[in-house]
Design a protein around this ligand. Structure first.
Ligand SMILES: [Zn+2]
Length: 180
């Protein structure tokens, strides 16, 4: 994992989708230990800083995107952010070993960017509008969450990263903002 200073904060370099770590499925069940607290907090800082500084909306980040080969992702609490009408991320949640246990048949076109794909490219991906996801929290407790719309699409996008799949290869079409 490569670190650098961004606005005085130590952050990880985000890898492009061509990187081998982002092309493989991570099978291993992951248990968090407090020895990894620094790595996790740098990953959360990376998401917060990118969200604040980049024009594209960075709301979640999967561990392999920063070169950390673990089955986990972090995601902004969107409900809290919308309720507070906040411009920047208020709270980041951590999802270990996430797995979709139910998905709706109604699909929506999700227009997605990603810190691992070029910022001018938007992938249009068909995603389930509603999902039920099982995951573990940092204490190793199994949790179940239901999500809809944007939140559901973000969860599906992040789990894809953990399975070595990226939004561009799954896209039905790609919008290139430089060509507009
Ligand atoms: Zn992504």
């Amino acid at each position: 994992m490569q670190k650098y200073l961004l606005n005085g904060f130590e952050v990880f370099k985000v890898l492009p989708i061509s990187h081998e770590i982002l092309r493989k499925k991570i099978f291993e069940h992951y248990n968090f230990t407090n020895k990894e607290e620094d790595t996790l907090s740098t990953m959360i800082d990376t998401l917060r800083l990118y969200n604040k500084l980049h024009s594209i909306e960075a709301l979640a980040l999967a561990a392999p995107q920063v070169g950390w080969e673990k089955r986990l992702f972090v995601c902004a609490d969107l409900e809290l952010q919308q309720r507070k009408k906040a411009k920047y991320i208020q709270k980041v949640d951590v999802y270990l070993n996430p797995e979709i246990i139910k998905k709706s048949n109604d699909l929506i076109v999700s227009k997605e960017n990603c810190l691992s794909i070029p910022p001018n490219q938007i992938a249009c991906v068909m995603r389930s509008n509603k999902i039920t996801m099982k995951y573990y929290n940092l204490l190793g407790i199994e949790m179940v969450v239901e999500a809809e719309g944007l939140q559901a699409c973000i969860y599906q996008h992040e789990i894809d990263h953990l399975d070595g799949i990226n939004a561009l290869e799954k896209a039905t079409s790609i919008i290139d903002s430089q060509q507009r």
